[in-house]
Design a protein around this ligand. Structure first.
Ligand code: HEM
Length: 511
């Protein structure tokens, strides 16, 4: 996705006169952002602020990084009506994510989140408070706990064997690896969430895809929230509502099926094979809870799992494979490691993953150069505070440019190069302690799905490397692989990764 020039201009030409009228009629805003003008940033044009800087750009993290070189690590941009602070250094990130973590623990109200996240009642967009704390507790203790992630091992084994079988059926001709990994990642997340594929898996996947496209947070309707008609004029309201009704219908059916199945299940059977929907329904029935969950709340959380889980993991696998193919010595070394570890058994076994030291470094390096959510999820301040000596009013939006932090030459040698070896003897981790490396965020709104995501990514990559050799199609040289990025909710490859697989180790069921 990118800011398309003609369509942006068309919307702006509606917007400018409307904005003037609205401003005349509107009561004066209760929040004054005038202090933010003291913070360095590019010159702002009337009505549109710095919007033109983004038009036609698909790599916003890069645009923000280049601007930050000029204006500094705490930069003020005015995007339409919305003042946004862009953070691009460890020191300022530390103030936001550590010193003032509670103050910046809210999320801004985005149009897509209001519609798709059942009026901000999911985990990602819920306001910081009692309800969010309750959902977060369910996530860490139940839905995404290490124990639960381990319990999904049979699902991973089944799904990734299916992926490998599908690829093997393409042997010798170009396989669309991006597409196959994407479908497999969504199927796995679906099975973990609801126990099986839905009867409408195809519709569910295309619905989720559309939702992801619309959830970047930079839609024109998000940037001019006072113009209430804008979601309608720009067409986003219609698109979102269509996607929402589709998702809501599918989720409603899934929940009903679970209620019926639960009523017919013995207690023993429930203990052994609980999926995420069952866990949430159990919480709903718990009369002792102080924060009761409605059925819409359950739908919102399930949708988070599908969206946050499927998309990010697939994107990471796609970039890891792309980087390895582009750097054949890395690919060879990772393949040798995986084959050495699993050749005794003849199949990929999760129990031996602690031996995949190099592959884990490849994943870490991919997360550094291609964090699937390079701008994390935006934060919103809940009260006035001071950052870098500047006064920041309540309700200020902040974007942390994790992509820029991961490529900051102050913290990384050869910052733009793919060098997995840098992580081999390094104590830097992605758990939010080293702010130059925060692909999962940091602080209290950090990603709770890290273990689940990484388990899926490690398994997929181990399978792809163990069973197959990979070649570029049409005689293209490996180093010529196009790495252009497309910006949306996550930053994916612009063009799908097409590779020719050769089966090197026969596929067999895990014993
Ligand atoms: C490689 C995989 C993943 C990456 C790179 C990733 C990254 C992120 C990032 C950057 C955030 C925002 C953190 C912040 O604002 O500081 C986030 C939030 C979140 N992620 Fe993930 N994620 C991944 C996998 C998953 C999975 C598998 C799930 C669930 C199935 C998940 C669920 C969530 C949720 C619920 C939040 C919102 C947390 C909150 O606001 O309290 N993520 N993730």
């Amino acid at each position: 996705m990118e800011f398309e020039f003609p369509s942006t201009l068309v919307v702006l030409s509606f917007l400018v006169p409307m904005f003037m009228v609205v401003n005349l009629l509107r009561r004066k805003s209760t929040t004054s952002y005038s202090h933010l003008n003291l913070i360095p940033g590019p010159r702002k044009l009337p009505l549109i602020g710095n919007l033109l800087l983004l038009v036609g750009k698909s790599n916003l993290p890069l645009v923000f990084r280049d601007l930050a070189v000029k204006y500094g690590p705490l930069m003020h941009l005015q995007l339409g009506e919305i003042p946004i602070l862009i953070v691009s250094s460890v020191e300022v990130a530390n103030q936001i994510l550590k010193t003032h973590d509670v103050t910046f623990a809210n999320r801004p109200p985005l149009v897509a989140a209001r519609v798709m996240a059942y009026n901000y009642t999911d985990v990602v967009f819920a306001p910081h408070g009692e309800y969010w704390r309750h959902l977060r507790k369910i996530c860490t203790l139940e839905l995404l706990s290490v124990r639960r992630v381990k319990s999904f091992r049979p699902i991973r084994e089944e799904e990734f064997l299916n992926l490998a079988k599908g690829i093997a059926s393409n042997e010798g001709s170009p396989a669309n690896l991006s597409e196959r990994v994407y479908l497999s990642s969504f199927t796995l997340t679906t099975k973990a969430s609801i126990g099986k594929e839905t009867k409408e898996q195809g519709t569910a996947i295309s619905t989720l895809r559309e939702a992801v496209e619309l959830a970047s947070g930079f839609s024109i309707a998000d940037l001019y929230p006072s113009i209430k008609l804008l979601p309608l004029i720009s067409g986003i309201k219609f698109k979102l509502e269509r996607i929402f009704w589709q998702a809501d219908r599918i989720l409603g059916r899934i929940i009903n099926e679970h209620r019926v199945a639960k009523a017919n299940k013995t207690d023993d059977a429930m203990e052994t094979s609980e999926d995420l929907a069952e866990v949430l329904l159990k919480y709903q029935e718990d009369e002792g809870t102080e924060v009761p969950l409605t059925t819409d709340n359950i739908k919102a959380v399930l949708l988070d799992m599908f969206l946050a889980g499927g998309e990010t993991s697939a994107t990471l696998v796609d970039w890891a494979m792309s980087e390895m193919v582009k750097n054949p010595t890395t690919l060879k070394r990772a393949q040798e490691e995986v084959r050495q570890v699993f050749d005794g058994k003849g199949y990929v076994d999760e129990a031996e993953f602690h031996e995949l030291i190099y592959l884990k470094s490849v994943i870490k390096e991919t997360l550094r150069l291609h964090p699937p959510l390079p701008l994390l999820v935006p934060r919103l301040s809940s009260e006035r505070c001071e950052i870098n000596g500047y006064e920041i009013p309540a309700k200020t939006r902040v974007i942390i440019n994790a992509w820029a932090l991961g490529r900051d030459p102050k913290h990384w040698n050869d910052a733009d190069k793919f060098v997995p070896e840098r992580f081999m003897d390094s104590s830097i981790d992605y758990k939010g302690n080293n702010l130059e490396y925060i692909p999962f965020g940091a602080g209290r709104r950090m990603c709770p799905g890290m273990s689940f995501g990484l388990a899926n990514v490690e398994f997929t990559l181990a399978m792809l490397l163990y069973h197959f050799d990979w070649e570029m199609p049409n005689g293209i040289k490996n180093e010529e692989l196009d790495m252009t990025e497309a910006f949306g909710m996550s930053v994916k490859r612009k063009h799908d990764l097409l590779l020719i697989p050769t089966v090197m180790r026969p596929l067999q069921q895990v014993k």
